[in-house]
Design a protein around this ligand. Structure first.
Ligand code: NCD
Length: 324
């Protein structure tokens, strides 16, 4: 990884993604130890600065930092001095003055992590890790998804992929609210960089206004696609980012695009089903499908800690061996 920040998937390139995935393999092993901790980031301070709701991403980053022996500070936008009128810049510089080495930033507006990185470049130079900015990017989600696909295929089917294009030849369908999804944007970049063929499956209203330059095909017929996919990647309807009525009813969405139990029977024998969470049972995925062996949703969460350890280590580590 060359730069100091991780703002988007293009900061990494194919080799950078591969480097993260290789290191994450090591950290999965660390996570299985009785004491899942290494001293690699002892003395470093990681601040999680979340201005938008999160369960898994915030806890995953914090667990990753702690397993690397970093000190962790947690900032939550809704209970901060922002409510007293402090500007975002002053808040960031205040935290930086306490000696933070990395800011993990989630914000409802696209571009905030890049803005924070700009301020920090002039004030001591802490790293910024984008933990999701508006409908823009969520790079560590895409990294953990690439890692999960690669490992699952190896574990389930003995398919040891050639590096660095570990998803070469795989067919991935991304289904749902692509228009408002930062996960979709980061995943299209990461999956295509690693060689996957990508289909977007969504109602026309939930596709971005333009797909110019996106290396994808578009389909509105999930039933035709399911038997041909290696990976079905479902997305939540991002109601919090919808400014208009994009769908007639939720029931119609589920009937046309939801992975119902009936539809799941169309999946090929080696297909895996993924979702970044939070899932909404009965809407984009039936409860019994989410809980069935085709679903790797909890594996994604588990892998997320190892992948975030890898990213933190690459950005903040001294390059010295990871340690005992
Ligand atoms: C996603 C997000 O916040 O972008 N969740 C996550 O981080 N795992 C997707 C979502 O909220 O639907």
């Amino acid at each position: 990884m060359s730069g100091r920040h991780l703002l988007g998937i293009t900061d990494l390139g194919v080799d950078g993604i591969d480097e993260v995935m290789r290191l994450a393999d090591t950290f999965v092993e660390v996570g299985r130890r009785p004491i899942p901790r290494v001293p690699a980031l002892r003395g470093k301070t990681v601040v999680s600065t979340f201005f938008e709701d999160s369960t898994r991403t915030r806890l995953s980053f914090e667990a990753a930092a702690k397993r690397l022996s970093a000190d962790v500070m947690t900032f939550t936008g809704s209970s901060s001095s922002l409510n007293k009128g402090e500007s975002l810049r002053d808040t960031v510089l205040t935290i930086a003055a306490m000696g933070a080495d990395a800011f993990v930033v989630r914000h409802g507006c696209a571009g905030v992590p890049a803005q924070v990185a700009g301020w920090l470049d002039q004030a001591g130079g802490a790293s910024v890790l984008n933990a999701g900015d508006g409908a823009h990017e969520h790079p560590t989600q895409a990294l953990l998804d690439c890692f999960t696909i690669s490992r699952e295929r190896e574990a389930r089917f003995g398919a040891r992929p050639a590096r660095p294009g570990v998803l070469r030849g795989l067919r991935v369908a991304i289904v749902g609210d692509i228009r408002h999804s930062r996960v979709a944007r980061s995943n299209v970049l990461a999956f295509s960089a690693l060689g996957a063929e990508i289909s977007l499956v969504a109602p026309a209203t939930l596709l971005p206004p333009s797909l110019a330059g996106w290396p994808v095909e578009v389909s509105h017929d999930i039933d035709a696609l399911l038997p041909k996919c290696d990976v079905v990647y479902l997305l939540r309807l991002q109601n919090e980012r919808m400014t208009e009525q994009f769908l007639p009813t939720l029931r119609e969405y589920t009937a046309t695009y939801g992975l119902t139990a009936e539809r799941a029977r169309l999946l090929g024998p080696s297909t895996i089903v993924m979702h970044p969470g939070p899932i909404r049972r009965g809407i984009e995925i039936a409860a019994e499908v989410a809980d069935s062996p085709v679903s790797v949703i909890t594996t994604q969460v588990a892998n997320g800690v190892a992948v975030r350890m890898a990213v933190l280590y690459l950005l903040l580590g001294s390059g010295a061996p990871i340690g005992a």
